[in-house]
Design a protein around this ligand. Sequence first.
Ligand code: SF4
Length: 365
Amino acid sequence: MQPSRRPAPSSWCYASQLGLFGAALVAIDGSKFKAVNTRDRNFTAYKVKRRIEQVAEHIAGYLQDLDTADRQEGQAAEARAGRLVEKIDRLRAQMAMLKAMEAEVEASPDSQVSLTDPDARAMATSGRGSGIVGYNVQSAVEGEHHLIVAHDVIMTGSDREQLASMAAKAKGAMGVEALDVLADRGYFSGEAILACGAMGVTPYVPKPQTSGAKAGGRFGKQDFVYQPDQDVYRCPAGALLRRHMTTVEKDMTLHRYWDRASCTGCQLKPQCTPSIERRITRWEHEAVIDALQTRMDLAPRAMRVRRRLVEHPFGTIKAWMGHTHFLMKRLPNVKTEIGLHILAYNMKRVMAVLGAKPLMEAIRA
Ligand code: SF4
């Protein structure tokens, strides 16, 4: 791999040059970093609506108090009425600001406005009921020397759309033909898994348990076995559910399988469905999901390896940053800031693996 073909020199160029990318395996993860923008200076449609309701309640309360004060006489009542008028004026000004903000939030593509750093976004974090205003930093850490081979910063809290793009970045940075990628269930997306296969990437991503039937104590989809030679599902009672119809939802072609005759009078029906018959949905590319599940079953330690690889770098970088917010505002500047932290992280890793001298020689070469 020639560093000169890269857009800009960075630690992974030298790491690659030094032959440090041995294992064609990366773990991908995202972590939320705070922006220079407090929660009070971030507005979502919900927050603005709540604030408008609260301010309206306060105004109504003060107007009532003002009526009472007006009915009373004396200097104290007059002074109180004056203070109430001031408060009401302040709240009305606040209401006007909130109404303007409501229109601004509505016009924003993602229904959100941040005043200090306009690119910062409110995001949920793994902590219960907690959230930050910040950025979602994505990283791919390779398996042998734990170097960060690719990173990105995004303005959405969800990792769901990031698997294929991060895998492509990591694969390009490592210059390998095939790559195994580990990611948590937040990255699970049928389209992304399909896209990974098309570019020589083998993903290991647990499937989220979203089955309402399973949650309700009934058979989940995993209890139905697909028989590719006949294009049918075998249900827990042994009946074969045939394909009856095909629909397109969110650009995904979905086939539906059922067999009403078998379900009618089936002994297992209470454990299966409250409907007339149980229907199973199959995406046209579901074979890639089946293959993924087989891989996951054969690699029970995959998620432990993922955690070991990818969580340490984020912890280290956040500690270096003093567990505080970014220093820069706006997405391009934040990308540069985190890029420098990652460069420093990788430099330290390379020095730990090889020593400073070979690294200096590689930089000079
Ligand atoms: S209810 Fe229908 S799908 Fe469910 S186990 Fe019985 S026959 Fe199979």
